[in-house]
Design a protein around this ligand. Structure first.
Ligand SMILES: Nc1nc2c(ncn2[C@@H]2O[C@H](COP(=O)(O)OP(=O)(O)OP(=O)(O)O)[C@@H](O)[C@H]2O)c(=O)[nH]1
Ligand SMILES: [Mg+2]
Length: 312
């Protein structure tokens, strides 16, 4: 018997595997990851291409350790950062024991983006089980339209499992965990069972601020921006001082992020600070700076800080 993080388990009974969430941008992968883990780890927004890098969400279910991999949405990339994002998503598929193909049922059908992902998976990962997760059933006004979607998807591929879920409300999500737990390969756990993610706090803090750029700023601006945590000072009373820089590509964008009289930046900071306190469980004193770095997308340090690889 091994004791890890307070849990007793006979390592002979342990099972463990990687489960990668794949789908087009905005399908609800990050919302689903958070719901699976039971805690907000991944940032979410109504805009597509919110997630830029892979991250893990680890779930323990009896003797099974399920390592979920959230990935950026897959689309046809053009800009350097987009190429790195899509590269990271396919890298997530390489790691997978099981792939969860997440599909937004409110999306106009047939969903050609999803079909392309499925074709690629069938070609590049032909031995991997793909499970179909039809998401946003809460928002499907006409439930009668679900059946044709299921039929169309099953014409393309024989999915071992199909789930109808709402990542937002949690409906159907427990079923996914139960089925996955019994499908994990026999293997010792790869992570401490108390650990829920591989994301360092500094990166999570930068992500939380980046989420506010997506939530509060309109149109193209969030796509031209990135956030880095410059300094993190932890005080004896448990609170932390976090200093971050928001990088944008043009002076005009800097003016928008700061806003009239600094109001916009204040609002971004206030919301991010609240989110950080919830995520970390202590008060965060957040100091935000905005800088123009026209070609940040061409500098590999902005990729490496997120575990991304700049593609040429
Ligand atoms: N109604 C409803 N909305 C959902 C559900 N799941 C996700 N959403 C919404 O869909 C939008 C996109 O969700 P995300 O979780 O960011 O989607 P994603 O697939 O991670 O997107 P990218 O990171 O851009 O690839 C957000 O506005 C979510 O609130 C759901 O089950 N029901
Ligand atoms: Mg996402």
């Amino acid at each position: 018997m091994a004791e890890t993080g307070g849990r007793m388990s006979d390592s002979n009974n342990q099972s463990c595997g990687y489960v990668t969430l794949l789908g087009v941008p905005n399908a609800g992968k990050s919302t689903l990851l958070n719901q699976l883990v039971g805690q907000k780890l991944a940032i979410v927004s109504a805009k597509p291409q919110t997630t830029r890098a892979r991250m893990l969400g680890i779930v323990m279910e009896a003797d099974a350790q399920i390592i979920f991999v959230d990935t950026p949405g897959i689309f046809t990339p053009k800009k350097p950062i987009e190429k790195a994002m899509v590269g990271a998503a396919w890298g997530g598929a390489d790691d997978a024991d099981i792939i969860l193909l997440v599909v937004d049922v409110t999306h106009r059908q047939p969903d050609s983006g999803t079909q392309e992902i499925l074709q690629h998976v069938k070609h590049a990962h032909k031995d991997k089980p793909v499970w179909l997760v039809l998401n946003k059933v809460d928002a499907a006004t006409n439930k009668g339209r679900l059946l044709p979607i299921i039929e169309a998807m099953h014409k393309e591929h024989v999915f071992a499992e199909t789930f109808l879920v709402s990542a937002k409300s949690g409906e159907g999500v427990k079923d996914i965990i139960a089925k996955l737990a019994s499908a994990m390969p026999k293997s010792p756990w790869l992570y401490d069972p108390e650990q829920i993610t591989d994301m360092p706090e500094r990166v999570m803090a930068a992500e939380i601020t980046r989420e506010q750029l997506f939530v509060q700023l309109s149109q193209e601006l969030p796509y031209s921006a990135t956030v880095e945590t410059d300094a993190w000072e932890q005080f004896d009373n448990g609170e932390a001082k976090v200093t971050q820089t928001i990088f944008v590509e043009r002076d005009g964008q800097k003016a928008i992020v700061i806003g009239k009289g600094g109001e916009q930046l204040k609002a971004i900071g206030a919301a991010a600070r609240t989110e950080m306190a919830t995520a970390f469980g202590f008060k965060v004193h957040l100091f935000l700076h905005v800088k123009v770095k026209e070609d940040w997308q061409n500098h590999k340090e902005f990729y490496e800080s997120r575990g991304l690889t700049k593609q040429d």
